[in-house]
Design a protein around this ligand. Structure first.
Ligand code: AKG
Length: 323
């Protein structure tokens, strides 16, 4: 029932809280909101990071700023595996153009991981995604304990085609407010297709109302966007390996269009317990390494089928990795 209200606002950044938002936050996600309101941050810099995310819609820094020590160790393991996959013959054949990508839509992207039968609980990517500090930051921004929605690893490579799909400015549809994390596994400069964001165009951001003029179109090209938001206001997220970006991607953003070299990254999406689109991820069980309630709440809905109180989601296409 609540989804009937929230779905109407998918891919829109609310400038002010409305009825659908209150229903979503305090009824649909009432328990998650209560847990967030009653918990105190265990990491000293969480409030500062969350307030930057609240004001700008984006925060960028080295992964050490957002992850606990064990999360950083898990990231090291995950990065080794993903980078190894990115060097596999099948992947390089797509990058060099010898073979066409089996990704029907995004020909500029190779999926490096997939979980058709569910993600293994000992997967290091899951440990990073469920890192307690990262979850605490996301919870502090959303004002509710989040749920992990998706996990992916991509290799973006140059193509001859003009910018398309996620390479054009857009808003994401998964929830009324959400957080996406991107972790670069290699250095990313202007030529590798950095993630780019227009600060303050996220829900309740200072530019949310101004940016609504683009909302009739699903995708917007640079030449239109620049007329309202000048180049200097764009946040172009270049950075060395291990640069981590947290962004509410309901705010306007666009993805990499590499011109030289490729970009390898890991990405996670966090939503409320009542997302608008279907979770693309299932877990074989609840990991035994979980040490806190916030982790349990982030992962439990992914085990088996979603509980009734959680989303009754819209269909989304499952991604298939090449290797
Ligand atoms: O490729 C990127 O940098 C961003 C991808 C994107 O637009 C998205 O995840 O919504």
């Amino acid at each position: 029932m609540i989804l009937t209200f929230t779905r109407r606002f998918s891919r829109q950044a609310l400038a002010k809280p409305n009825f659908a938002y209150f229903l979503w936050r305090f009824v649909g996600n009432g328990l998650r909101t209560g847990r967030a309101l009653l918990s105190h941050p265990s990491h000293r810099d969480t409030p500062l990071i969350a307030s930057e995310l609240t004001a700008q819609g984006i925060v960028v820094g080295p992964s050490t700023r957002f992850l606990t020590v064990s999360g950083q160790q898990a990231l090291g393991e995950a990065a080794t595996r993903v980078l190894e996959t990115s060097r596999a013959e099948e992947v390089q054949a797509v990058v060099s153009g010898r073979v066409t990508s089996d990704e029907r839509q995004k020909e500029f992207l190779v999926h490096l991981v997939s979980y058709p039968t569910g993600m293994r609980v000992d997967d290091p990517m899951l440990r990073v995604a469920a890192d307690p500090k990262l979850l605490e930051i996301v919870a502090s921004y959303l004002g509710l304990w989040p749920c992990l929605h998706s996990v992916a690893a991509w290799l973006n490579h140059p193509t001859d085609a003009p910018p398309q799909i996620s390479q054009l400015w857009h808003r994401d549809p998964e929830d009324l407010r959400l957080v996406k994390a991107f972790i670069y596994l290699g250095d990313v400069d202007e030529r590798c297709g950095p993630f780019t964001y227009i600060p303050r165009t996220h829900p309740f951001g200072a530019e949310a109302a101004t940016a609504q003029r683009f909302d009739k179109k699903k995708r917007v090209a640079d030449d239109r966007m620049v007329k309202v938001f000048p180049l200097e206001s764009w946040r172009v997220c270049t950075g060395p390996a291990n640069t981590m970006i947290l962004a509410d991607t309901v705010g306007y953003h666009r993805g990499g269009k590499p011109t030289v070299g490729s970009r390898v990254l890991i990405t996670f999406t966090y939503t409320s317990g009542m997302p608008i689109t279907e979770r693309a991820l299932a877990l074989e069980g609840l990991p035994d390494w979980i040490s806190s309630d916030i982790q349990r709440w982030a992962l439990k809905p992914l085990v088996g089928s979603p509980p009734r109180s959680e989303a009754k989601p819209k269909k989304s296409r499952k991604k298939k990795a090449l290797v």
